[in-house]
Design a protein around this ligand. Structure first.
Ligand SMILES: Cc1ncc(C[n+]2csc(CCOP(=O)(O)OP(=O)(O)O)c2C)c(N)n1
Ligand SMILES: [Mg+2]
Length: 653
């Protein structure tokens, strides 16, 4: 007997309701509602090879409605990926199971990105679609020719980031991006008309999208909507009218199945309604066989692609790009040039000249800025504009969309073949913090170029002066926060950010000019996170620890102390995270407990206890103020004249 689409879809429904019931936690409604769409997508359209989840030219599938994670686990299992296994699904949401509450890219190969924070999945998919077009422009249809598919819920479309992502995708004409909207008109609190009256289709059309709608429970209609979308040059939104929890006779279409198990009785009723008499976690062989067969077409395409790659003149270049192991050879000649002609420049300017060298050497670097190109200095001679007329460009004008930019960069990094970097003011890191957090969690190599990193911004005033941002970014695990003090450290930090394949980086860069303090380039000292930039002359009584623009001030303080016969080391600490990772002996030698330690950073002092203990913490614990830079540094006490007496007084106690 041939297996029907309905039976295939019901296999997803059964796995979803049974796994959530077993865990006594989870979201059965979304996978049950979208099971029919999943069946059409996987059996007729998605290009995938379950045996090769990392095949570079696979279609990307993003479950933006990450709470419906059983949708992803069920489809991956049914189509025959090695992970998850049926036992993993039995252990849904249990500690150690790759079938975590929300899909996590680092737990399962077939999961393209980590989703759950609503809206970000779709926004990452925009980045994946940019990456696909860019690499297609670079390597041609032979090697890069795939689509990006998304399942998003009402929540994903309601979030603010959706406006940024949709605006960007429409502007860039990303026609290979197809979003299924699970138009079930239900969210947690109840019907969507409790909170929205928006004409979503009209908004998408106005943003340059093609919009289609279908009955999400009619296989033919779903197929028709997809076919129509494939013909359109614009990105597509397919509004799939569905019932949340479809199949559950007493709960479908209500808020009940959104985030709770159906319950034992309702599961019995649902089995009867679906004509699914099989025990929990048992998929009849013929139905499983039909699902496994959906991967066969992709496997053939994969084999053909491999032959094309083998014959392609650009094969080596393609493999290099996808491997993500960029050469660091650009750094040394760049440093040699800086030493030969020291410059007093802002670290944002130092970043530009480092980037000029790096982007010339590394075609994987793809930059952009959230409308602050002329301030972030993120564009170089090697990075032409990427737009819908020319995807070969390497510079995206993201517009004033910090969150959208950050999420898109996550998508590009996850896609592979690209090392994305993007600029904004450090103060607006808060606008994209949720995506920075996902960079760190997902282990993506995204480089955030965040300039105007302190009160050094000057006249723009407290709205534009970061106080707590540097410190708060240091709180995020697996994020490297760099605050380099001069052009040498800036280049070193860029090199570290580029080579850190599974850690995102923030480069906090000054607006104001800073002297080149480093003379020794025998080693990338920034890699240690902190190092002795200058050793005490007189017997050492104090260790000054500073970052970024305040290293210059620490140097001036050391001069004054030495004049009084007080020896002072100056430690530059461009990265806490890297310093923390050093051996205990290195750390205790650089910052011994028995010496007065003083931190100097133009930002919140909370946290510096970690390195100075009971010592002095010089910083700013209020908002900034509007005024010329020198007046501000004086007003906030960040001058050698104001810091030195405090140290002398402390030593005299
Ligand atoms: C940014 C964010 N805010 C809130 C939540 C909590 N949350 C999870 S699902 C959900 C409702 C989503 O509704 P919808 O997308 O329509 O999903 P459905 O109920 O249809 O499955 C909410 C508020 C979240 N995961 N992410
Ligand atoms: Mg909904």
């Amino acid at each position: 007997m041939t297996v029907s689409d309905q039976q295939m879809a019901n296999a997803i429904r059964a796995l979803a309701m049974d796994a959530v019931q077993a865990a006594n936690s989870g979201h059965p409604g979304m996978p049950m509602g979208m099971a029919d769409v999943a069946t059409v997508l996987y059996s007729k359209f998605l290009k995938f090879d379950p045996k090769a989840p990392d095949w570079a030219d696979r279609d990307r599938f993003v479950l933006s409605a990450g709470h419906g994670s059983m949708f992803a686990y069920a489809t991956l299992y049914l189509t025959g990926y090695a992970s998850p296994t049926i036992d993993d699904i039995r252990n849904f949401r249990q500690l150690g199971s790759p079938c975590a509450g929300h899909p996590e890219n680092f737990l399962i190969d077939g999961i393209e990105c980590t989703t759950g924070p609503l809206g970000q999945g779709l926004a990452m998919a925009v980045g994946m679609a940019i990456a696909e077009r860019h690499l297609n422009a670079r390597f041609g249809d032979e090697l890069v020719d795939h689509r990006t598919w998304v399942v998003a819920g009402d929540g994903c479309l309601m979030e603010g980031i959706n406006h940024e992502a949709v605006g960007l995708a429409g502007h860039l004409g990303l026609g290979r991006l197809i979003v299924f909207w699970d138009d079930n008109r239900i969210t947690i609190d109840g019907a969507t008309d409790l909170s929205t009256s928006e004409d979503i289709a009209a908004r998408y059309v106005a943003s340059g999208w093609h919009v289609e709608s279908c009955d999400g429970h009619d296989f033919n209609d779903i197929e028709r909507a997809i076919q129509t979308s494939l013909q359109d040059q614009r990105p597509s939104l397919i509004a799939c009218r569905t019932l949340i929890g479809k199949g559950s006779p007493n709960k479908q279409g209500t808020k009940a199945p959104h985030g709770s198990p159906l319950g034992a009785d309702e599961i019995i009723a649902t089995r009867a309604a679906l004509d699914w008499p099989y025990p929990a976690f048992e998929i009849p062989e013929d139905i499983l066989g039909a699902w496994r067969a959906t991967g066969e077409a992709g496997a053939l395409k994969h084999a053909a692609w491999r032959s094309r790659l083998a014959a392609a003149p650009t094969a080596a270049e393609f493999k290099t790009a996808m491997a993500g192991t960029p050469s660091g050879a650009w750094l040394q000649p760049h440093l040699d040039g800086l030493i030969a002609a020291p410059q007093k420049i802002a670290t944002r300017k130092a970043s530009e000249i480092a980037l000029t060298a790096a982007t010339a050497a590394l075609p994987e670097l793809l930059g952009g800025s959230a409308d602050l190109t002329g301030s972030n200095f993120t564009r170089t001679a090697s990075t032409n504009t990427l737009d819908k007329n020319d995807y070969s460009g390497r510079y995206v004008n993201y517009g004033i969309r910090e969150f959208g930019m950050a999420a898109a960069m996550n998508g590009m990094a996850l896609h592979g073949g690209i090392i994305p970097y993007g600029g904004t003011f450090l103060i607006f890191s808060d606008y994209c913090r949720a995506a920075i957090r996902l960079s760190a969690l997902q282990e993506t190599r995204v480089i955030y170029v965040m300039t105007h990193d302190s009160i050094g911004v000057g006249e723009d005033g407290p709205t534009h002066q970061p106080i707590e941002q540097v410190m708060s970014l240091r709180l995020i695990p697996n994020l490297h926060v760099y605050r380099p003090c001069d052009s040498i450290e800036t280049a070193e930090c860029w090199a570290l950010a580029i080579e850190s394949a599974s850690t995102p980086s923030v480069l906090a860069l000054s607006r104001q000019n800073l002297p080149q303090l480093r003379t020794d380039i025998s080693e990338n000292f920034s890699a240690k996170g902190a190092y002795k930039l200058r050793a005490a002359d007189a017997p050492r009584k104090v260790i000054l620890i500073a970052t970024g623009s305040e290293v210059e001030i620490a140097n001036a303080v050391a001069d004054k102390l030495e004049q009084q016969g007080i020896g002072a080391d100056v430690v530059s600490m461009p990265s806490w995270e890297r310093f923390d990772a050093q051996a205990a002996a290195y750390k205790s030698e650089l910052l011994p407990n028995d010496t007065l330690r003083v931190s100097i950073e133009a930002g919140t002092t909370m946290g510096w206890e970690r390195y100075v203990g009971e010592g002095l913490r010089i910083g700013i614990d209020s908002f900034g103020a509007s005024g010329p830079i020198d007046a501000l540094y004086d007003y906030f006490g960040l001058t050698a004249d104001k810091i030195t007496p405090q140290i002398v007084a402390r030593l005299g106690q």
